[in-house]
Ligand binder design. Structure first.
Ligand code: XMP
Length: 430
């Protein structure tokens, strides 16, 4: 391993990630591990320079306070504890250390070097992937989202043609999105890519289904079914690549942290299709994943694209999906994205998209009464998607977008702007 490592042991704090980020900000790699890690496990890591015992409000599990294994104190690593009065560390903090205190611990006590950077991280991961996979094959569901794209780029670099990517076009992708996945991965990075156009199949299953949860369930389970069918056609695959990132692991719950939400990427595959997982990004925060993608040579647009829900335009074509309205969502979304980019808003606004409801309103076109759909524009800013505020888009930009949508998108006679923050509204409509 090229990087020095500071290990944070989680004894029930909600501050683990804050600490990990603080240490990484100082240029030193850090990882969070469960409090009951064994000496053997710890010795299995390369370049451990020091340990942080991080206690906190969730240290009581089933009525008992959790402790680290006492043998850890004998190993001779520099150690500090935070909010863990029972620790045997010489240096104990009852609050988060200041930046200077961190620097003293990391660079003076642990003698760690500030050698955490993307180049070293990638080199380490390439080596680990090759060790894990050997000459076997890895399967990856490549959606074109940031995480799966970065994993794909990493695996292509590590094992080339031993990686088999499957891109399922569920017919609910944005304009040119599947085409760009094929262009970047098959044409430019020469990936072994299977492109499955399952649009008709998905749209068929979704016909006349208006309930949002039902729609999401159909899209999710159909996705797994299509992926499974492709996986069964292939032979000799032992591994499944996944774009799991650090927040996914934290949100799925650790031994002491409460579960926020269960996380599945391609979870839900049948029992007899068991793969060992390859998850090279599982220690990275989102911004680090993007930096990793850039370092691996992925296009800027792909790495910095805004979040896009798994069920795609399906949750923006409200109610029962029809081809007519789906096309209106796709075309209006493309116009919105183009005009936001021209106005420089693509770098400023967190998420922006269009929605087409399943009702019509009266209008006039060419001196005749028309009864057509409306497009709703939504543009929001947020830190963590838990709450969101609306972007105050410049009036002229909104007028330009409105005029283009009304002129270029069929079956639309009205454009509205959604003024609602989250809460009470959610970011998506369904
Ligand atoms: P809501 O609508 O809950 O959205 O305020 C919060 C953020 O999550 C995105 N979102 C999803 N992302 N799969 C995803 O990967 C999904 O099923 C999904 N649903 C919502 C949404 O776009 C927003 O950024």
């Amino acid at each position: 391993m090229k990087q020095d490592l500071i290990v944070i042991l989680d004894l029930g704090s909600t501050q683990n990630t804050v600490i990990a980020r603080e240490i990484r900000d100082l240029g030193v790699y850090s990882e969070i591990h469960p409090h009951d890690i064994t000496v053997e496990e710890l010795k299995g890591f390369d370049n451990v320079k020091g340990i942080v015992l991080n206690g906190g409000e969730n240290r009581m599990v089933d009525g008992q306070a959790v402790e680290v294994r006492q043998e850890l104190y004998e190993l001779g690593y520099p150690m500090i504890s935070i909010d863990y009065p029972q620790s045997k560390c010489e240096k104990q903090f009852d609050r988060l250390p200041s930046r200077d205190e961190w620097k003293k611990f990391i660079f003076e006590d642990c003698k760690a070097e500030a050698n955490w950077n993307m180049k070293n991280f990638i080199e380490d991961q390439l080596e680990l992937i090759r060790q894990q996979v050997g000459d076997k094959k890895v399967l990856l569901a490549l959606s074109g989202g940031v995480d799966s794209s970065v994993v794909a780029a990493m695996l292509i670099k590590a094992i080339g043609q031993q990686l088999v990517c499957v891109h399922v076009n569920h017919g609910l992708m944005r304009k040119n999105e599947s085409e760009s996945v094929v262009k970047v991965f098959r044409d430019e990075l020469h990936a072994n890519l299977i492109y499955v156009d399952a649009s008709e199949r998905f749209l068929g299953k979704l016909e006349n289904v208006a309930d949002p949860e039902q729609k999401r369930k159909i899209i999710g389970s159909e996705f797994i079914r299509v992926f499974e069918e492709e996986a069964r056609k292939l032979e000799g695959i032992d591994f499944l690549g996944q774009g799991t990132i650090y927040p996914d692991i934290i949100e799925s719950g650790t031994k002491t942290a409460k579960m926020v939400k269960s996380h599945h990427n391609v979870g839900g595959l049948p029992e007899d299709l068991k793969f060992e997982l390859v998850e090279p990004l599982k220690q990275l925060f989102k911004d680090e994943v993007r930096a990793c993608g850039v370092e691996l040579g992925l296009p800027h647009d792909m790495v910095y694209r805004q979040p896009f829900p798994g069920p795609g335009l399906g949750v923006r074509c409200l109610g029962a999906i029809t081809r007519e309205r789906l096309e209106a969502v796709r075309e209006s979304d493309a116009i919105l994205r183009e005009e936001f980019a021209k106005a420089g808003l693509d770098k400023k606004v967190w998420q922006y998209f269009t929605v087409v409801p399943d009702f019509k309103s009266v209008g006039m076109k060419n001196h005749a009464r028309v009864f057509e759909y409306m497009v709703i524009i939504r543009a929001i800013n947020t830190i963590d998607a838990m709450t969101a505020s609306i972007e105050k888009v410049d009036w002229e930009v909104l007028e330009r977008i409105t005029n283009r949508i009304l002129a270029e998108v069929e079956h639309v006679n009205r454009v509205c702007y959604d003024m609602s923050p989250k809460p009470p509204a959610t970011i998506e409509f369904e």
